[in-house]
Structures are given as C-alpha cells and as structure tokens.
Design a protein around this ligand. Sequence first.
Ligand code: DLL
Length: 439
Amino acid sequence: MAVWNKEIECMPREKMEELQLKRLKETLEYVYEHSPLYRGKFDAVGFKPGDLTKLEDIRKLPFTSKEDFRANYPFGMFSAPMDKVIRLHASSGTTGKLTVVGLTRKDMEIWTELLARMISMTGVDSSDVTQIAFGYGLFTGAHGLQYGMERVGATVIPISGGNSEKQLMVMKDFGTTTLVSTPTYALHLGEVALNMGINPREDLKVRIGLFGGEAFSEEYRKQIEEMWGMLATDNYGLSEAGGPGFAGECHLINGQHVAEDYYITEIINPQTLEPVKPGEKGEVVITTLCREAIPVIRYRSKDISSITYEPCECGRTTARISKLAGRTDDMMVIRGVNVFPSQIESVLMNIEGLSPHYQIIRYNKGYLEDIEIQVEVSEKIFSDNYGEIEAIERRLSQQLYKTLSLNPKLKFVEPFSLERSAGKAKRVIDLRNQEKQEG
Ligand code: DLL
C-alpha cells in the first residue's frame, strides 16, 4: 500500500529525532519571541530557548494545560498576530467556555498534509467516496478530514452529522465507500439502516471507517466492523494540539502512528509528572512543532495511552500510541476502586443480549459515591421472557465483579430508549450534586 510521505513516515529513528530537535529549537525561539505567555512561563523557571541542547531537555520546560486556554480566553494563547490567522476553531469544554485555536495559512497547509497522510494510511485513495458525518462548525474533525480527503483525491460528501435517513439515502445513491464520524454515530447509523431494512454489510459499499473524537473499546470496534463489513480505524487528536492529524491507525490496526515530524509526544505519570517507560500507560503530553498561530509546549491532554518506538509491519517507523484508555478526569473512584468507563464498556460489549448503548450514572450514596449502569437490552431479549433478562443480569454482575471487584447497580432499559448522539456520546451522567431520581 502506498505511503503518502515515505521519506518522513519511514525515516530512521535517529534522523527523525535530529529533525525533531532542530524543529523544537526553532519552536522555542519562536514562542519566546512571539508569545508573552510562554516567555513568562519560561522566565519563571529560568529557561532560555538556548538551554535546550537535546530532546530530553524538553523536561525542563513547564507544562501547559486547558486552564491556560481558559485563563487566556479567547486569543491569549496565540503566538501569531490576528492578521496572519485565517481560521478559528474551538471545542466546548464542560464549563461552557470555548477552547479557542487558530491557524495561519502555513498551519492549514501542514494540517492538510498530515490529514492526507493519516487518511492514506488506512487504505483510502482517490477512488474512494467519503461521507463526512462529523458535525461541521467549530469542531476540527469535519474540516480537517475534508482537507485531507481532498488532498488524497477522494470524493467528499460534506453531509455533516445527524439526519440518519438522509445519510443512508446518500450513502446508497452516491456509492459511499468511506465513513468519517464518531464511532458512536457509526453504530447508530448502522442501527437505523437495519431498522429501515437496509443491511449495511450487503446493501452499502462502505469499506473503511475513519473514526475518532471519542474513546471506544476494541469490542465496540468489532461491533461496528461486523455490522458494516468494514475496516474501522481509530484516529486521535485534540483541538489544542491541532485536532485530527496527530495520530491515526494504518490498515494493520497496530496502534496509532504519530506524526512525529510535527509533534513531540511524552507519556508521563500524571502524579509524579515523570516520564513512564515505552509500553507503560500514562498521560499523553504533546508539543507541537512548526505551528505558527498556536504552538503548544508540553500540553497535558489528560488522555491515557502508552507509546512504542518499534517499527510497524506496514513499514512506517513513526512512534505509535496505543488505543486511548480514557481520560484521567474520567476516572471514578468507587469504594476505593479506580474505574474507567472504557472498562465498563468492554464488559458490556462481551455480554450477549445487551446492546452497545449504555450510560453510567454517578451519584452520592451517603458520603460515598456510587454508580448505576443503564444499558439497553436487545430487541429480541426485551420481547422474550423475563427469565432470560435475569440470566443476563447475573452474567453481567459476575463479569463486572471479576473485572472491577464491584457490584454496581444495574438497570436494563428498552431498546432505543437512551439518547443517541450524532457526535460524541455522553456516557457518564454526573448527578453527585443533585438528587438522583429513583426508578
Ligand atoms: O476530537 C479532534 C478529533 C477530531 C480527533 C476528529 C479525531 C478525529 P476535541 O473536540 O478537542 O478534538 O476533543 C479532544 O477527545 O482529548 C480525547 O479525550 C477525545 N478523543 C479524540 N479522539 C479520540 C480517540 C477532537 N480516537 C478529546 N480516542 C481528546 C479516544 C479521543 N479519545
């Protein structure tokens, strides 16, 4: 399979690290000169850009975080003047304030190249017809993927998110071969298709999915692949570090290749802030290289993954990060046990008779926190006798106990009763500061 930029993607490690060091030095000079914020941060720890002589020296630099974006809203994180900024994007945080990012013309060009690289890694080429079902708007996903697809030469259908029946009509009539969306929406769209009497495997031509924007388990991926008869790839990025294009899977599904010529990735222990070893899980910390409008230095993503520098069988030598395991701020502590939604998802997906649609409700029980898992049962089970539901409940309880040493409250709900999302799913509902409605 063709590699979009062989020189870079298959570059020997040593050469890649030389390139990163050169670009990191330039980036530090650039932000020190253009960003009062970074100059202030560097001065506060007595760091001058010239102090960096090797890549590991990056650890001498202070971190940046979402709080920096909030405190400097809207444009205080920018290092380029507004007349050079040709595009704004933003992501909505939980507090309601937007995290604003910008791109110069040069940033847009690099973004497009990185997306073209990420897209061709999956096997998509100019013969593909791509339906972009990410929501257009301030979200980086739809626009980024569109530029990359066009650069590769694929035919783009910028349909945006939602309106599933129209999506399916277009998919059938235009001969869509590639779907770009959140994994949640891919599964939902497949479900709507089946309800309309369309079998996505047989009646549609979608062969590759480029999914991202939210975490999903391997079991969830399997369900999408089975439902659609497609290769479902996982792609990760975050607005603050330029959105999609940071990392994506090749057709071998062997970890996500990082665009290392434009990003330095560290994996740290979120408590000690020290680097963890390759293969060990920790928080992803990202430094952008060559970015003009909004370079970020040691940005703490709060996302959990591990990294490997072993070359991939596809021939690429770029570092790969493992499938994201969740976010440090997603972690719940239930009766002393650390629980991630992704662990619950994996258990649910392995129980026959349950649908992939679920919600986790966090609530206070006395002074302690507890959770309730609400999950839809499949239509067949729902209409069958009650005994079967009881058996599934027993199985689920046992599996949850085995995985998490917990016996959370379970609630089985009717098929299609939980809210569907055209974008990122809201898996966790936090009622800890409210009264939970029993029932
Ligand atoms: O979701 C950028 C993106 C768009 C990536 C399209 C891939 C495809 P934000 O809206 O700023 O940007 O959200 C970033 O979403 O910190 C993760 O917690 C989560 N996230 C994104 N992609 C993945 C993924 C985009 N593949 C936040 N797996 C990140 C797990 C993901 N989590």
